[in-house]
Design a protein around this ligand. Structure first.
Ligand SMILES: [Zn+2]
Ligand SMILES: [Zn+2]
Length: 117
């Protein structure tokens, strides 16, 4: 059972048409408060600023890690933990300079560092 956070009245389930979808909502008969039912993922209209979803963030990191796994590893000493194996990839630097920068990421501690030239 749902209660209105504003006035404490019992919320009544209603069907509301938004755009082309019909969604189930809980509406307060007293003050007109509306609450989206079923889906918790749908952010209420009040929310203006998109808050970064920590779960999403983790998923993104997971993807990054997967990408890293496909990268070649090279023997180079990590300046942070002393591990001597790191993932290597190159990043093309923008501008007149044609050379690309070699990046390394320690397989042990995840520290990312550039090649010293
Ligand atoms: Zn209310
Ligand atoms: Zn390291």
């Amino acid at each position: 059972m749902e209660f209105c956070p504003k006035c404490g009245s019992r919320l009544v389930p209603k069907k509301e048409k938004t755009n082309k979808k019909t969604s189930l909502i809980f509406a307060c008969p007293k003050c007109g408060y509306k609450k989206q039912a079923l889906s918790n993922k749908v952010t209420p209209k009040v929310a203006k600023v998109m808050q970064p979803n920590p779960q999403k963030l983790v998923a993104v990191i997971g993807k990054e890690e997967q990408k890293l796994r496909t990268l070649p590893t090279v023997r180079i000493e990590c300046p942070k933990c002393g591990n001597n194996l790191a993932y290597a990839w190159q990043v093309q630097t923008r501008g007149a300079d044609e050379s690309s920068t070699q990046f390394f990421r320690c397989t042990k501690c995840g520290y990312t560092f550039r090649e010293y030239s």
